[in-house]
Design a protein around this ligand. Structure first.
Ligand code: FES
Length: 107
């Protein structure tokens, strides 16, 4: 089963098995990963699921939609080139593990 590794600001990590059809945000919320709120449930309305994708993996993911890019401009934490909304991310083949870094704040 594919995995997502969540890395916190203090360097602590949590690795979860995640089905390929489950978003990274949903996996985080269901498993109590701190720092990912997902307030809107994944309908691109809150930007509280912001993460930084591991820089070496950004090119392995589909590009963000216009809607995601627009909402990324409203994130509370620092926006970076590897910023993504985790409700829009899944661990797609051929990736077996996705590494995301949790920002300092979501709101
Ligand atoms: S959960 Fe609201 S935008 Fe991702």
């Amino acid at each position: 089963m594919p995995r997502v590794r969540f890395v916190q600001q203090d360097g602590s990590e949590k690795s979860l098995e995640v089905g390929r059809e489950v978003s990274v945000m949903l996996a985080a919320v269901r498993n109590g990963v701190p720092g990912i709120d997902g307030e809107c449930g994944g309908c691109l309305d809150c930007a509280t699921c912001h993460v930084y994708v591991d820089e070496e993996q950004t090119s392995s993911l589909p590009q963000p939609s216009e809607e995601e890019l627009e909402l990324l401009s409203a994130v509370s934490g620092e926006r970076r080139p590897n910023s993504r909304l985790s409700c829009q991310l899944k661990v797609l083949a051929p990736l077996d593990e996705l590494v995301v870094h949790v920002p300092a704040r979501q709101s």
